[in-house]
Design a protein around this ligand. Sequence first.
Ligand SMILES: [Zn+2]
Length: 289
Amino acid sequence: MVRCAMETAKKFEYPENFIKYLGTSGGRFSMIRQLRSTGGLWFRYGGVQGVIDPGPGSLAHICAARPALEIASADVVMLTHKHIDHSTDVNVVIEGMTHGGFDSRGMLVAPDDALRGNDPVVLKYSQKRIPKIKIPEEGGKIELGCGVVVEPVIHLHHGVDCFGYIFRKEGLHEWGIISDSRMMPYFRSRYSACAFISINATFPDRKPRLDHISIAEARELLSKIHPKLAVLTHLGAMLTSGDGAHFLENLDLPETKLLAATDGMTIDLDTLKVYEERVTSQIIEYAER
Ligand SMILES: [Zn+2]
């Protein structure tokens, strides 16, 4: 649900390095019902800020965010893959990052099939607005600026090009996102140095015929690599219904604090503290005129 722009966040400022979940639902039925928002996440890390996976509503949530987030100040827009719950707002956030298309600025990181072929989700119109476009490759590194380096991790996800990303900057915690994917054995070594991992977990239990990670598989992975903090997002229809709430409780592991994301949740990437957004008044009135 889009929050009222008049609401203000009391006594809270974003940490120096953070991520904020603009939306936390994923998959087609969770998305179309909007029981939770969609829209990916915003991050600021090592002097670089931007949006990852701007799905439906992303720009509206950025503009409504309190404290404010400024799409005009974004340095980078990143896609893990082209599926519509991850990409429908990519063209409008690019429009915001490039100041209505008038300033050639910013970077786009997106898989090849999101940019080319018969069905690219990033319009050629939008691609022309951005001076730097990087296509992630397994084994490659992408420099975002200010010394921030991103390492793409190849995923396996229903026939589309899909990547997770690991963010590094000297002197700061390493962190990563695991996007939509079948659980791959090399995730254990690739994400092993992350202090924080955001994992797309769509179902409670493993579904062998689907290229999505379940909560059970995420817990198994985390029990081996034990980051200090991990958060589950991209929660599917079963997990976002009232009946599924219990799957998202009591997730902690012995060495990892594990939470399900909520819309607006903010993670301090330095202290690894978690801040949940609570909207306390939401009254809409209609007056005849
Ligand atoms: Zn997907």
